[in-house]
Design a protein around this ligand. Structure first.
Ligand SMILES: *Cc1c(COP(=O)(O)O)cnc(C)c1O
Length: 373
């Protein structure tokens, strides 16, 4: 049996006429740049997440870079984040000539270890950039507490966190990205809410920050051809917005299906002593955007899965502090032992709403067969 790690084709085939109509509606009007569908989709995102403002941009990476620029995560100022993440969580600060200060991750959740943040704060620190990675949010109660104490700004990298909600010690659940000063989403095709190309969104509850973000995405213009800032050309494509609107209608069902798939994995792998299953900590509603296991002899398991045509992915094989492009920060091997250790044994299994139970069971059987050898 061949099990793809990810495919958009099944969902497309299931709702072909809806997706085709959405695309047609844009093309037939020629409404391409910041067209009506972008505004509609921004409204829908506000409704869904509870954010007061939503600004569609060209990618999650651009969303991070623009938000970092506006928050002053730049020009030699220090921003605290984790090295166990996708590049863009840190490159957004470096692109703005800021300094990235890494803190290792929690061994159970792979989120930033909030007990280690305070010791890295100095007079030059301006912000914290937590990443809500894979299946759950970072400890936002603790992060907001520290930010308040030291007067820091918070940019939530919620690229992977669509649908995740944090309660912590609060009274209500708040959507990922709505707790810090800015939050960002990525609509990269594999993401829980993924488009048919690149796309991203900046969200905030702060009116003046929202105004800046809106201006920065159109070259820093306040009105057409009047530029107050040196901004970006980074707009959510209208075709992507139309497609994403269709997907957003069914997102709760899609999330539910992901969680069901995760449960099948957990049920069928729980007795396998060679692997460790994910754990969600604190009062929150996670979403299984990625289903990771920690596996003994990971690289050989990966080869075996490949041989058996089971898709997998490794997020992330090398923490950022060991990347060549980060050499100038002066970090070395051993600086973030938890991130380094996890990167050696982590492996992500196929998960998407359309994967069948038979396929998931086949993935589990294949893994168990590998360790029986
Ligand atoms: C996907 C992702 C991004 C970047 O999003 P793009 O839309 O691909 O630019 C940023 N941070 C994290 C944690 C991501 O997973």
């Amino acid at each position: 049996m061949k099990v793809p790690f990810y495919t958009s084709v099944r969902e497309y085939n299931n709702r072909k006429s809806e997706f085709n109509d959405a695309i047609q509606s844009v093309v037939s009007k020629g409404d391409f740049i910041l067209g009506g569908k972008v505004l509609e989709f921004e409204e829908e995102i506000k409704d869904y997440t509870g954010a007061e403002y939503a600004i569609g941009v060209a990618s999650g990476t651009d969303a991070l870079t623009i938000a970092a620029d506006i928050l002053g995560f730049k020009d030699g100022k220090e921003v605290i984040t984790s090295p166990f993440t996708f590049l863009a969580s840190a490159s957004c600060v470096l692109r703005n000539r800021g300094k990235v200060v890494f803190v290792d991750i929690d061994e159970d959740t792979f989120e930033i270890n909030t007990d280690m943040i305070e010791e890295k704060i100095n007079n030059n620190t301006v912000g914290i950039l937590p990443i809500h990675l894979f299946d759950q949010m970072a400890n936002m109660d603790r992060i907001m507490e520290i930010a308040k104490k030291y007067n820091l700004r918070v940019l939530e990298d919620a690229a992977e966190a669509f649908g995740m909600r944090w309660k912590g010690n609060g009274n209500t659940y708040r959507h990922a990205g709505t707790i810090g000063d800015f939050g960002i989403f990525s609509f990269f095709p594999t993401k829980t809410l993924g488009g048919y190309g690149d796309g991203g969104m900046i969200i905030t509850n702060d009116e003046s920050l929202a105004k800046l973000a809106k201006s920065y995405r159109v070259h820093g213009a306040s009105k057409k051809y009047h530029y107050d800032y040196i901004g970006y050309n980074s707009r959510l494509d209208t075709l992507q917005a139309a497609i994403l609107s269709v997907k957003l209608k069914y997102i709760d069902d899609a999330i539910e299906k992901r969680n069901k798939v995760a449960n099948i994995y957990m049920e069928n792998l729980k007795d396998c002593s060679y692997i460790r299953l994910p754990k969600i900590k604190y009062e929150q509603k996670g979403v299984y955007y990625v289903f990771n296991i920690l596996a003994e002899d990971r690289d050989n398991l990966a080869n075996y899965l490949k041989e058996k045509e089971v898709g997998y992915s490794i997020y992330y094989p090398m923490p950022l502090h060991l990347q060549r492009s980060f050499e100038h920060l002066g970090y070395k091997k051993g600086d973030f032992p938890v991130s380094e250790k996890i990167s050696q044994s982590i492996i992500a299994l196929p998960i998407y709403p359309e994967i069948t139970e038979d396929e998931v069971l086949y993935v589990c059987e294949t893994i168990k067969n590998f360790y029986r050898k």
